[in-house]
Design a protein around this ligand. Structure first.
Ligand code: B12
Ligand code: SF4
Length: 525
């Protein structure tokens, strides 16, 4: 058949992406299996992506664009370019268009939107356009007929039926050998992101999962996970597995069986995942399971701690306690698991004292685990979530009315600037300083192991040390070092384009793509 389908990952505002585009690889795998010629263009990793796009889109059957809210400017530019030069249908998918399907589809250059999971829906759309079945039967499809926009109901993919992602639909080695800002990448490692489950049953008011039909937890069986990981080791030579699940540890029995499988099959890998701090309790992530996890290779956990203030934790319905955060970091320390703790300040309703409680908690935790990685971000308002809808109701945040308004400077800044002053912050100056100095001290902005040049490593260490001192004493006056650091940091970020340019003195870019302050996920952004 060999009909060509082009899938595009837009550029990130700051730097090039260090992750392979897993969302496009997932959609592409199903199409590839059906015999389509799938081309993935990652504008976030290719400097000359415009030429590649022109070449690939010329004779494409359909073009798919993925889009996070932070990628919107580039996604629109790319879509406009394609529509200007070629008469090809364009479909948008991914988190942003899932949050705003009708608004996105109303754009003059977007023909279709696929809401939620696109693995099979994209295939069904392509088949429908070829005359096989009506558009109204494509799950999650949003389409226009004249002035009207129609939204089809979505359905969940059966994860057990999904094939292992074909990572080599892109030049996977260019990604898998890059170093991220993580413990595992302090040594030479070959890593891949891997998804074993989707969705999360919790109710945090800042999390997009609570609004995108993603609260239902869906999994691959332990047997399937173990077999897929065996293939990743054999086919791609991975030494580290990055589990990117929304919530890997929901089901204790499932985690046990997966870890047992890794141990019994003698897999020689390390792995990391995200975890809730309240799972560290008897009968869930207890000593028995933690032992098994570490025997099977667990070395690092990303933890959404969010705040040192119980009042704020309650406000955002995180359903955890400050003591649970303390217990979790202690347990990680005892089991030799590196905690990557993610905090946030600048939450509506948070008081100055709450910000200071967060700062003090970080100071306390890093005494328990001196190697702990941590970042403090300021809240980024992702509309659709309860917390942000409340800001909208109070007139403190205005949602854009069109897709294109999202790409205006005002909104782009909301989602890309490290420390953004917002009208709902009780003490913007303190929130801003805490966010900056803690993220620098916590090593999530730029870690030494990412820097090749000895001199630059020394300079980075000095900045980290001085931030550590500042944060220890909660002293945020005379911020001259901040300007110097910004200059130093930018100098590196500018050079992060091409993969592994050793002559630039940096082995790879940070895992958080630098557009986040916390550098870790499932935190308030
Ligand atoms: C790994 C990850 C990262 C990686 C790389 C992400 C990437 N590929 O760009 C890193 C660490 C770099 C990262 C960074 C950021 N991330 Co992130 N990340 C994730 C995470 C944990 C997994 C993404 C993934 O690979 N999923 C697996 C794939 C298979 O699922 P999927 O992406 O949902 O794709 C499916 C559907 O959405 C759909 N689909 C997607 N694209 C398309 C395209 C077409 C054409 C079609 C038809 C369908 C379709 O089909 C796919 C298969 O079913 C998600 C949370 C999550 N569990 O998804 C957050 C998540 C995507 N990140 C998020 C955010 C906010 C960020 C940052 C902005 C953080 C920050 N504050 O700086 C940055 C921005 C990065 C950027 N590129 O601009 C949010 C996005 C919210 C939003 N409204 O956009 C998420 C959802 C986390 C959350 N719950 O808040 N991230
Ligand atoms: S923040 Fe984490 S625990 Fe809360 S709903 Fe989102 S994924 Fe689940």
């Amino acid at each position: 058949m060999n009909e060509k389908i082009v899938l595009i990952k837009p550029k990130n505002v700051f730097v090039f992406s260090s992750y392979p585009p897993l969302e496009l690889l997932s959609v592409g795998t199903v199409l590839d299996e059906k015999g389509y010629d799938v081309r993935i263009v990652n504008a976030a990793a290719e400097e000359d992506y415009a030429d590649t796009l022109s070449r690939e889109c010329r004779d494409a059957l359909i073009v798919g664009v993925t889009c996070l809210t932070s990628e919107i400017e580039s996604a629109i530019q790319i879509t406009d370019m394609i529509k200007r030069d070629f008469a090809v249908p364009v479909v948008w998918g991914g988190w942003h268009s899932t949050l705003f399907p009708v608004q996105t589809c109303n754009d003059k250059n977007v023909d279709f939107v696929i809401v939620n999971e696109g693995d099979y829906s994209m295939l069904r759309l392509v088949e429908s356009l070829a005359g096989d079945g009506p558009l109204s039967e494509v799950p999650g499809l949003v389409y226009k007929k004249g002035e009207k926009v129609f939204v089809n109901p979505t359905s969940y993919v059966n994860m057990e039926q999904l094939s292992l992602v074909k990572y080599d639909l892109v030049d996977i080695e260019a990604y898998s050998t890059r170093r991220l800002n993580d413990r595992f990448s302090r040594e030479e490692n070959v890593w891949l992101p891997y998804q074993s489950s989707r969705g999360c049953p919790h109710r945090c008011t800042f999390c997009v999962n609570t609004v995108t039909n993603n609260s239902k937890y869906r999994t691959k069986s332990p047997g399937k996970v173990v077999e897929e990981v065996r293939t990743l080791i054999a086919r791609y030579g991975i030494t580290h597995l990055r589990i990117i699940d929304d919530n890997f540890f929901v089901d204790r029995k499932r985690v046990m069986e997966i870890c047992d499988g890794f141990v019994n099959n003698g897999f020689d890998i390390t792995w990391d995942a995200e975890c809730r701090v309240d799972y560290f309790r008897p009968g869930h992530l207890d000593d028995e399971l933690l032992d098994l996890c570490t025997r099977s290779g667990l070395i690092e956990l990303t933890l959404g701690c969010e705040s040192g203030s119980q009042a704020v934790l309650d406000l955002i319905k995180k359903d955890i306690t400050v003591d649970e955060i303390r217990n979790c970091v202690k347990q990680c320390h005892e089991h030799n698991i590196l905690p990557r703790c993610s905090f946030v300040v600048g939450i509506p309703g948070e008081r100055r004292e709450d910000i200071l409680l967060t700062a003090r908690l970080v100071n306390e935790l890093r005494k328990v685990e001196p190697e702990m990685a941590y970042g403090v971000g300021t809240l980024r308002p992702y509309p659709g979530c309860e917390l942000v809808d409340d800001l909208v109701r109070k007139g403190l945040f205005k949602e854009p009315e069109t897709l294109r308004e999202w790409a205006t400077k005002k909104y782009v800044r909301h989602y890309t600037e490290r420390t953004h002053i917002q009208p709902w912050q009780s003490d913007p100056g303190l929130a801003n300083s805490v966010s900056f100095y803690y993220s620098l001290a916590g090593g999530v902005l730029l870690a030494n192991h990412q820097i090749e040049s000895k001199l630059a490593r020394k300079v980075n260490s000095l900045f980290m040390k001085s931030s550590r001192n500042r944060t220890e004493h909660l002293f945020f006056g005379l911020q001259f070092d901040r300007h110097l650091y910004d200059f130093f940091h930018k100098r590196y970020l500018k050079r992060l384009g091409a993969p592994r340019r050793k002559e630039d003195g940096l082995v790879a870019q940070c895992g958080c793509d630098n557009s986040c302050q916390d550098g870790v996920h499932k935190t308030v952004r």
